[in-house]
Design a protein around this ligand. Structure first.
Ligand SMILES: C[S@@+](CC[C@H](N)C(=O)[O-])C[C@H]1O[C@@H](n2cnc3c(N)ncnc32)[C@H](O)[C@@H]1O
Length: 241
C-alpha cells in the first residue's frame, strides 16, 4: 500500500518527524493538555482499560514520546512493566525527567529505538500500545509487521490515533480548529508553528479507518476492529495476534 504522505522518501519523513518532536519536546505535555483541553487523558485511560486482561504481562509502548501512556499503563496495573520505545531521544528525556517519584519509575523502561525495527525479541509482549504514533511512521506496514512480531500469540495491539469526524456539524468546526486555531496557539507556545501545521496535514493525509484495519489484517492481526471516540476525532484500533 502506498504511504499517504507528501514526503518524497520515507527517510525524509523520518528525519523531519524526529527533528520536529525534538524541537517541541520541552513543551509537548503542556501543549497536549492545552490543545486537547485534557481530553487526551481520557483517550489514553480508555485505551489502557482495554488491556485489563493482562494486568501483570509486559507491554510495549511504541512511539512513547514523553511517556504519558506508559504512565497510565503502569498506573492501572500495579505489577505491569512497560518498555517505552521512541526514536526521539529528547522526547524520552523530557518524559523521564517528569516521571513521578513513585514505583512507576521502576516499571517504565524508556529505550531509544525505531518502531520500524523494534529493538525487542519476537513473541515478548502481552500488549503493544501506540498513541498518536502510527500516523508518524514513515513505513506504516513495516511498523505493523514489527508490532505483530514482538507480541505473544493472543497478545493485543491497541492503536490510538486521530481520525476524521464525519458528523456534519463537528467536521467544519474541527477542521477550523485543527488548521487555524491549533497551529496559531501552538506556534505561540512552542515557537514551532510548522510542527503543528504538520499535525493538521498528517491527520488529513492519514489512512481511512478501513484502510488501516486492512493493513493490520495484512500484518497478521485477527479480530481487528475500530472504536471511535469523541465524535470520531480519535479512534482506537484493536487487533489480536
Ligand atoms: C505525537 S507523539 C506521541 C507520544 C505519546 N505516545 C503520546 O501519547 O503523547 C509521536 C511520537 O512518535 C515518535 N515516532 C515517530 N516515528 C517513530 C519511529 N519510526 N520510531 C519510534 N518513534 C517514532 C516521535 O518521536 C514522537 O515522540
Amino acid at each position: 500500500m502506498v504511504e499517504p504522505s507528501s514526503f518524497p522518501k520515507p527517510d525524509d519523513k523520518k528525519k523531519f518527524v524526529r527533528d520536529k518532536f525534538s524541537a517541541i519536546s520541552g513543551r509537548y505535555d503542556l501543549l497536549n493538555s492545552l490543545l486537547s483541553m485534557q481530553i487526551d487523558r481520557y483517550w489514553r485511560w480508555k485505551t489502557t482499560r482495554l488491556l485489563a486482561e493482562f494486568p501483570a504481562g509486559p507491554v510495549l509502548d511504541l512511539c512513547a514520546g514523553t511517556l504519558p501512556l506508559s504512565l497510565e499503563l503502569t498506573r492501572q496495573a500495579k505489577k505491569r512493566q512497560v518498555l517505552s520505545v521512541d526514536f526521539c531521544e529528547d522526547m524520552l528525556r523530557a518524559g523521564k525527567k517528569a516521571l513521578p517519584e513513585d514505583d512507576r519509575k521502576k516499571r517504565i523502561f524508556p529505550v531509544c529505538g525505531d518502531g520500524e525495527e523494534i529493538p525487542a525479541p519476537s513473541d515478548t509482549f502481552h500488549g503493544c500500545t501506540v498513541a498518536f504514533g502510527v500516523r508518524n511512521l514513515a513505513r506504516t506496514q513495516q511498523g505493523l509487521g514489527e508490532m505483530h512480531r514482538v507480541l505473544r500469540v493472543h497478545g493485543k495491539l491497541l492503536i490510538l490515533e486521530f481520525s476524521r469526524p464525519t458528523n456534519f456539524i463537528i467536521k467544519p468546526v474541527y477542521s477550523f480548529y485543527l488548521n487555524r486555531v491549533l497551529p496559531f496557539v501552538a506556534g505561540l507556545v512552542s515557537g514551532d508553528k510548522e510542527a503543528y501545521e504538520y499535525l493538521a496535514s498528517s491527520i488529513a493525509a492519514f489512512y481511512e479507518p478501513e484502510e488501516l484495519l486492512s493493513m493490520m489484517r495484512e500484518a497478521g492481526f485477527s479480530h481487528v476492529e475500530r472504536k471511535p471516540l469523541s465524535f470520531g476525532i480519535v479512534s482506537i484500533y484493536i487487533g489480536i495476534k
